[in-house]
Ligand binder design. Structure first.
Ligand SMILES: Cc1cc2nc3c(=O)[nH]c(=O)nc-3n(C[C@H](O)[C@H](O)[C@H](O)COP(=O)(O)OP(=O)(O)OC[C@H]3O[C@@H](n4cnc5c(N)ncnc54)[C@H](O)[C@@H]3O)c2cc1C
Length: 396
């Protein structure tokens, strides 16, 4: 099914600018034309969608939310959500790799880099000549990211990095890594951020991990063995990396919500088409009220997820702090996408359980969004903390 359903739905939720509509339609056409026909193969073979990224590069999308003066498209953050939706509708893994490159990789560099660093790194990331990645998680530090142990020690005009990262999206295809490492023992205040290039001495990446979903997105370990990073690749000052990682999370959680939204839209499209064609007991299963109830639930969760994501994105654009809204968005949309994709499988019955219709792939992709970027448990902790704070109360 074409992108018609998703287009109609995004416009019902919020008025979009002409530019936002044009970007969404452009990416929808790449997603339906280039990505949809190969999405199953990418999943089966665990392959990165190189040809799709080339098309996104040619269309000027790779630097979507970065200002034009650095080679980006200068689009709104809401456009960032829409692009994730349009890619994820056909392939969650491709949306994940795009977001790791364009948002947590490149946009975080734009936000926190010096003018000189922006001019050195952003044009190649925005043109798609180079791919980006964001490296925070370590084997021993996931949810407790601020406890990370990769070390960066200053020696002369360089930092020497030792340690490892894990679960890094685009680890095997990226050229430019935003890496967080410890420069002192002061907890979050002892973390610094560095731009690491793939060919720096002492850097290497592991083989892509085998995963249940998001299989078109390569996830690897990264290794730093006396890795030499020039001092001019430190972002901001020593000790500001923890702040940068946490600040970046509000943007990540908001823009990446487009991913579960797209998965839900993809699942709904398949369920609508199938249920209107499938006949049992002499009539279309779309006429059965228990099937209609599942369609209603998916549609409502999709609508609420869009409301949350679009409103958080508009607030972010205006420079507002959206920690609570971003966690509401991430938690709700992630859990809604797992439930909705399971419901869509149920609507297709036995055929939903096979690979034929692609809906089981969307469900496998959806499970990741309850884990990556802060698990659902961590989102509930953040929400509770913010709610107590807003009530002027402290949790002891
Ligand atoms: C496909 C994929 C792509 C990823 N991409 C990236 C990337 O590009 N860059 C990057 O830096 N990271 C990335 N990650 C890592 C991801 O962000 C972490 O997996 C996630 O933050 C959870 O960390 P963990 O896996 O170590 O789980 P853990 O932190 O070990 O959590 C295990 C369980 O314990 C629960 N738990 C932990 N602490 C608490 C608590 N205080 N209270 C209640 N429950 C708790 C968790 O909710 C979870 O259920 C990716 C992960 C995957 C799987």
């Amino acid at each position: 099914m074409s992108s018609v359903a998703s287009i109609a739905q995004s416009e019902q939720v919020i008025p979009l600018s002409e530019e936002e509509e044009a970007i969404r339609d452009l990416v929808a056409s790449i997603s339906d034309g280039e990505l949809a026909p190969i999405a199953d193969e990418l999943d089966k073979k665990e392959e990165f969608a190189q040809s799709v990224f080339e098309q996104l590069s040619a269309a000027g999308i790779m630097g979507l939310v970065i200002p034009a003066e650095y080679g980006g498209a200068g689009a709104s953050l809401l456009a960032g959500v829409l692009v994730m939706e349009e890619l994820a509708r056909n392939c969650g893994g491709t949306a994940l790799s795009f977001g790791a490159h364009a948002y947590i990789g490149s946009y975080n560099i734009y936000k926190f880099a010096s003018e000189e660093q922006r001019r050195r790194y952003l044009p190649d990331l925005c043109s798609g000549k180079k791919y980006g990645a964001f490296a925070l998680t370590e084997p021993g530090h996931g949810s407790d990211a601020m406890g990370l142990q990769t070390r960066a020690v200053k020696k002369g005009d360089r930092y020497i990095l030792n340690g490892s990262k894990t679960f890094i999206t685009n680890g095997s295809v990226a050229d430019t890594f935003l890496v967080f490492a410890r420069t002192s023992e002061e907890g979050a205040r002892g973390i610094s951020a560095f731009i690491v290039e793939r060919d720096f001495p002492g850097f290497s990446s592991g083989k892509p991990m085998e995963k249940m979903g998001m299989r078109a997105s390569p996830t690897t370990e990264l290794f730093f063995a006396d890795c030499e990073v020039p001092q001019e690749n430190l972002l901001g000052a020593e000790g500001q990396g923890g702040y940068m990682a946490l600040q970046g999370l509000d943007m990540e959680r908001t823009l990446f919500a487009g991913l579960p939204i797209g998965l839900m839209q993809g699942a709904l499209n398949i369920a609508l088409k199938y249920s209107s064609e499938r006949k049992q007991f002499g009539s279309s299963i779309a006429g059965f009220q228990l099937v209609q109830a599942m369609v209603a639930d998916i549609s409502m969760q999709l609508y609420i997820s869009r409301l949350l994501a679009y409103s958080a994105a508009r607030k972010l654009e205006q420079g507002e702090r959206v920690t609570l809204g971003a966690s509401f968005t991430k938690l709700f949309a992630s859990e809604a996408s797992v439930k909705s994709t399971l419901d869509a499988i149920q609507i297709l019955g036995g055929y939903g359980y096979t690979r034929e219709y692609g809906v089981e792939r969307l469900m496998r992709d959806a499970k990741l969004v309850e884990i990556g970027g802060g698990t659902s448990q961590i989102q509930r902790l953040i929400i509770a903390r913010e709610v107590y704070k807003q009530a002027g109360l402290e949790i002891h």
